[in-house]
Design a protein around this ligand. Structure first.
Ligand code: HEC
Ligand code: HEC
Length: 367
């Protein structure tokens, strides 16, 4: 597997030191390692030894400004599971034809999106919605722009099937033939790789993708030099005149709710979003409020990816949204007139919600 160089991303991940087998493999006449056998057992002496379980980096502390994550009782967050989930996220062997991984559409250096309006799934079908960021997804109550994903574990498993075209049972069986994965799944889940365990490990890794400790968080903590005067004025506009905080409520900068802000209503057949999932016409056109933390790192914007820049996205929100043919436009959407300086201040505030850039290191993939 190729390794890309370090660049910048949202959070610092410690180096995953996946040491190769420290001892040279014992000379053996039996070349086939027994699949699914215990890591170290006297009966495995004649077989090629499995690699040792690598040491996983410690879990990172909660960044400044963020709440503690709520972790589901049946998927404890452990350093080993996060390490495994990180490998799986970047591993193209999860896809049907080896052509793509989760990273293909959720790129760390592009704010965990892919920088395109709409992407193609493995197999060639187009997505109808823009690839969303993975930033702070662990804080969501429901997943996807329309909230149809009930848990992050199930959503990750569904993405594996839907986006990577995988038959999870087939790929899980293939992963079981990769010695280090075999060792890791055994140590973490006490089983061979299963679709459910893959979903759990991916979810655990995604929960570590967090944006906090931004200049604005430091400002709120009392470091008055952390944010510019322009950002300070921008926050006042955000809360008051421009009314953004009604939906993008601090400190998460989302209310975890669904609102119709009119995106896509210029199309002949607009995406009904939450309405279809909730089977409620009054929610047609409603989408989940996205977080604005590190939002400036991942253009283009909105579920249809139509806004190419943060300025264009802000202009859209200030326009009050598309009303034509739209029965459910949220009454909180108002036409707000800002002068050029106020507009710059509002964008400066959004920029101040960006987490400090720290190098992101891709995992070494099991061979
Ligand atoms: C071909 C592009 C593509 C690939 C590859 C891909 N995704 Fe996505 N992902 C998307 C799109 C598009 C959506 C939004 C779908 C929607 O809202 O209906 C999405 C949504 C998600 C969400 C929900 C985010 C939220 O805000 O609730 C999660 C979680 C996710 N993907 C994880 C993954 C994982 C894990 C993988 C690898 C197994 C993966 N994705 C691979 C395009 C992709
Ligand atoms: C009525 C609730 C509401 C209000 C008020 C509101 N937003 Fe939003 N915002 C949303 C929703 C919902 C979306 C997602 C819409 C979609 O993709 O269809 C969104 C999307 C965005 C996006 C794109 C984020 C991304 O990741 O694609 C930005 C930027 C944004 N809003 C900024 C603002 C600003 C700035 C204001 C104030 C001028 C504001 N919003 C006011 C609900 C709101």
């Amino acid at each position: 597997m190729t390794q890309k160089p370090l660049i910048f991303a949202v959070f610092a991940a410690a180096t995953v030191a996946l040491a190769g087998c420290p001892e040279s493999p014992a000379p053996t006449t039996n070349s086939a390692a027994p699949m699914g056998s215990a890591m170290t057992s006297a009966s495995a002496v004649a077989a090629k030894p499995l690699p040792p379980m690598p040491k996983a980096p410690a879990l990172a502390a909660t960044p400044e400004g963020l709440a503690e994550l709520k972790i589901p009782a049946d998927n404890a967050q452990t350093p080993e599971k996060v390490m495994l989930g990180k490998q799986l996220f970047f591993d193209k062997r999860l896809s049907r034809d080896g052509s793509a991984s989760c990273e293909t559409c959720h790129v760390p250096e592009k704010g965990w999106t892919d920088g395109t309006v709409l992407s193609k799934k493995v197999g060639g079908a187009m997505n109808v919605r823009h690839s969303p960021t993975m930033i702070n997804v662990g804080y969501n109550d429901a997943f996807y722009d329309d909230g149809r994903g009930e848990t992050l574990e199930k959503t990750a498993e569904a993405a594996w099937k839907g986006q990577l075209g995988a038959d999870p049972a087939v790929i899980a069986a293939a992963l079981a033939k990769i010695p280090l994965y075999q060792v890791e799944f055994k140590a973490i889940f006490n089983s061979d790789p299963t679709p459910e365990a893959v979903g759990k490990a991916l979810a655990s890794f995604i929960r570590t993708i967090r944006s906090g400790g931004s200049p604005w968080d430091m400002h709120e903590k009392g470091d008055k030099k952390a944010a510019s005067d322009s950002a300070v004025r921008g926050f006042d506009l955000f809360r008051n005149k421009a009314g953004c905080a009604q939906c993008h409520a601090p400190p998460a900068y989302t209310d975890n709710g669904y609102h119709d802000v009119g995106v896509g209503y210029e199309k002949l057949d607009p995406d009904t979003g939450r309405g279809k999932i909730a089977k409620d016409e009054k929610l047609d056109g409603a989408f989940k409020t996205p977080t604005l933390r590190s939002v400036t790192t991942h253009a283009p914007y909105f579920h249809d990816g139509h806004a190419a820049t943060i300025e264009a996205a802000v202009d859209y929100m200030l326009s009050g949204g598309i009303k034509e043919k739209n029965k459910n436009l949220d009454p909180k959407m108002k036409v707000v007139k800002l002068n050029a300086k106020e507009h710059d201040d509002l964008v400066a505030f959004l920029k101040a919600l960006e987490a400090p850039a720290t190098p992101f290191e891709r995992p070494t993939l099991p061979e």
